[in-house]
Design a protein around this ligand. Structure first.
Ligand SMILES: NC(=O)c1ccc[n+]([C@@H]2O[C@H](COP(=O)([O-])OP(=O)(O)OC[C@H]3O[C@@H](n4cnc5c(N)ncnc54)[C@H](OP(=O)(O)O)[C@@H]3O)[C@@H](O)[C@H]2O)c1
Length: 390
């Protein structure tokens, strides 16, 4: 693609936090970014408005009945799909060259893998797809010759800091964590936290699942696994540093004791634009960083006793195979149960821990094997959740 060409996007999860930020970046660069396909779940009125505004030729929603509603509600006639097949249809449109994977959870796995295999640029916000798919994503990348660009702010930062460096050249990388709403809470208070308290993130405005993951620090655990997948780093090379101001997103430490840090405002439009337009750097979607404003940055270690989900993620990464998929599946089930008011906050880590213990990891040979571990883990987690309803 030449520098002045237009990138043609399929955005899966356009009605979410990342999806709407991506559309804002598209609106800021209409001469360089065009929409070919949009897919969403159940937020139909917002999706209808997005379709009217951007006129994608291909659209998809989660349910067949909603596809019918959309057909009768739109003032133009795109091809309308639904369900997992709909996500795949949008991801694989030959008119699109770039996929923005912004659905939440393992639901985004197949479309992410298929787009990599088809040779597209895939801008991945959907970290669960990388955690679950692991090495299979690299195989798809090699088979298709496409590109994988992270959208997660920490991994976009690492992409800039690593800049093609081999993992052997770095002693460690550090991804930062705001610490979430419970950073300074006692263990007893965290154990009794409510849904409203857990959804009250101090720094980022995000979808509900990742917001709960930020409160348990499972989000950081998933990001440790994601960093391992993306950059070929060993578990002991990936560290987490608490940094409540969320201005430094990641750092790379070299063998001589020197560190490089990446700094930018905590606005997801920045890493989204980086991934969409890489390697170009066009005018940013947020004001230039103000170094004349006096600030205090603090750094410290995470507390694994109050946030055991981070330790569970490291354990799954060390076990390897389908263990990260098992961790992720149990976490998705437990977070959904917590958000539905079925279990308490502390039940999330308990459910994940017991599922990891109960479901053996298998070699992650192909997607079918990974999805088999995913479904066995979900069944086991649901059994546990049914026995522990509060
Ligand atoms: N938000 C952030 O700042 C941030 C930062 C880094 C990484 N991420 C990652 O990016 C992903 C998205 O996060 P988010 O915060 O944007 O989540 P979100 O606000 O909950 O949005 C999720 C999107 O996925 C759609 N969706 C969910 N299940 C679907 C399905 N089965 N079929 C089709 N569409 C489906 C939703 O549609 P409806 O709403 O229409 O139902 C919505 O558009 C997550 O993996 C998260 O970890 C997010």
């Amino acid at each position: 693609m030449g520098s002045a060409d237009v990138r043609r996007l399929a955005i899966l999860g356009s009605t979410g936090s990342i999806g709407t930020s991506t559309l804002a970046v598209v609106q800021a660069h209409p001469e360089r970014l065009a929409i070919v396909a949009l897919a969403a779940g159940r937020n139909l009125e917002l999706f209808r408005q997005q379709c009217e505004r951007f006129r994608p030729a291909y659209v998809s929603v989660a349910e067949a009945g909603d596809a019918g509603w959309l057909r009768s509600s739109l003032n133009y006639a795109p091809a309308i799909h639904f369900g997992t097949e709909g996500l795949l249809a949008c991801a694989l449109q030959s008119e699109a060259d770039t996929l923005v994977a912004a659905v939440v959870g393992a639901a985004g796995l197949a479309s992410t893998e298929a787009a990599l295999r088809a040779g597209h640029r895939v801008c991945v916000a959907n970290k669960e797809a990388l955690v679950v798919g692991g090495e299979l994503m690299h195989l798809a990348l090699q088979a298709g010759g496409g590109e994988l660009l992270p959208v997660d702010s920490e991994h976009a930062a690492l992409h800039q800091l690593m800049a093609g460096r081999s993992p052997q050249l770095v002693r460690e990388v550090r991804i930062t964590a705001s610490g979430g709403p419970f950073r300074d809470w006692s263990l007893e208070r965290i154990q009794a936290a409510t849904v409203v308290e857990a959804l009250n993130h101090p720094t980022w405005k995000m979808g509900p699942k990742i917001t709960i993951d930020s409160a348990t620090l499972m989000n950081k655990g998933l990001e440790v696994i994601e960093a391992s997948v993306l950059f070929g780093l060993r578990p002991e090379q990936i560290q987490v540093t608490l940094h409540p101001q969320s201005q430094v997103h990641a750092m790379v430490g070299f063998h001589d004791g020197t560190y490089q840090l990446q700094v930018c405002a905590n606005d997801m439009k920045l890493p989204i634009q980086y991934a969409l337009l890489y390697p170009e750097r066009l005018d940013g979607p947020v004001p230039t960083y103000d170094w004349n404003q006096a600030r205090t940055w603090t750094f410290g270690p995470p507390d694994l006793e109050r946030f055991p989900c981070l330790a569970l993620a490291y354990a799954a990464l060390r076990v390897g195979g389908t263990a990260p998929a098992i961790l992720n599946a149990a976490n998705e089930e437990a977070v959904a149960a917590f958000l539905a008011g079925r279990i308490g906050f502390w039940g999330i880590q308990a459910c994940v821990a017991q599922t990891l213990d109960a479901v053996p990891s298998e070699p992650a040979r192909d997607l079918a094997q990974v999805m088999d571990s995913d479904s066995r883990a979900r069944s086991r987690a649901r059994e546990w959740l049914d026995r522990h309803i509060t």
